[in-house]
Design a binder for this molecule. Structure first.
Ligand code: ADP
Length: 259
């Protein structure tokens, strides 16, 4: 459904994505792993057509996604409904006076009728435990509730592809567990970014890794990657430490795992 071929992206002189080739099939659950600054957010923004490859090609179901294509209103409407991105910081996504309006916003934009909007909003509010808050302002919700609301705002669209940018970064362990379980049960193509190696196996079955050199250095099963010291070093996820004990020096690898 999604294909990136030879994609490059730079901000000014800083190259942040280099020759990215990636095919995603419907129903896959991918984890995008990379240290901070490796280019994960940029890649997700390209997949969400907020940024466009400066070199290379992005196709969605065979249609080339480029700036000019977004002038095609039919395509844009379909694309914005089907491919959605959960930003890292929920606050940038919330701006409506009530939780209900927040959840209804995109559906209204896309021309859905009020009856269908109400049905979808109530369904997802119920699933996410947000029913008691529908008339309240989103800004007073807790961090975890805001994250749930942002996710609900995307799921009301019944998307085909759900992109999530470090969704667990600001969540407590309980809400993180809830999200992991929720994503596991969700029958939608997902791509979740994280810099947390220990969470990677929980967030998907197929792992892709952005290296410090901004190329895709791995595409495969999570378990295989965890056995590959060279690749982990290249990703900046493993570090060689040297210690002195008395007059003896020894060195060992140290896993960088940021919780
Ligand atoms: P990640 O999500 O893996 O942390 P990003 O895609 O956010 O990586 O960023 C990759 C690099 O690009 C970082 O060095 C970051 O500072 C830089 N960068 C990101 N966004 C911008 C921007 N809008 N302008 C200039 N540089 C940016």
């Amino acid at each position: 459904m999604i294909e990136l071929s030879g994609v490059f992206y730079s901000y000014d002189d800083e190259e942040v994505l280099r020759d990215i080739n990636l095919t995603i099939r419907e129903g896959e659950r991918l984890v995008l792993l990379g240290i901070n600054g490796s280019g994960k957010t940029t890649l997700l923004k390209i997949l969400n057509a907020l940024l466009f490859p400066q070199k290379g090609i992005y196709t969605y179901f065979g249609v080339r996604v480029e700036k000019g294509k977004l002038k095609d209103r039919e395509f844009t409407k379909k694309f914005r409904k089907e491919v959605v991105l959960l930003f890292q910081n929920p606050d940038v996504m919330l701006f409506n006076p009530t939780v209900y309006d927040e959840m209804a916003f995109s559906l209204r934009q896309l021309g859905f009728g009020e009856r269908e909007i109400r049905e979808r909003v109530l369904y997802w509010a119920d699933r996410f435990g947000l029913l008691p808050y529908l008339d309240r302002t989103p800004f007073r919700l807790s961090g975890g509730q805001k994250q749930k609301l942002c996710l609900a705002c995307l799921l009301v669209l019944e998307p085909k592809v759900l992109l999530l940018d470090e969704p667990t970064a600001n969540l407590d362990p309980k809400t993180t567990g809830w999200l992991v379980d929720f994503l596991y049960d969700l029958k939608v193509t997902t791509l979740v970014s994280t810099h947390n190696l220990s969470l990677a196996p929980e967030l998907g079955d197929r792992l892709i890794v952005l290296g410090e050199d901004h190329t895709l250095i791995y595409d495969g099963r999570v378990e295989e990657f965890l056995k590959d010291e060279d690749k982990m070093l290249k990703a900046g996820l493993l570090h060689r430490h040297r210690h002195k004990h008395g007059d003896k020096e020894h060195s060992h690898y140290h896993l960088h795992d940021h919780l």
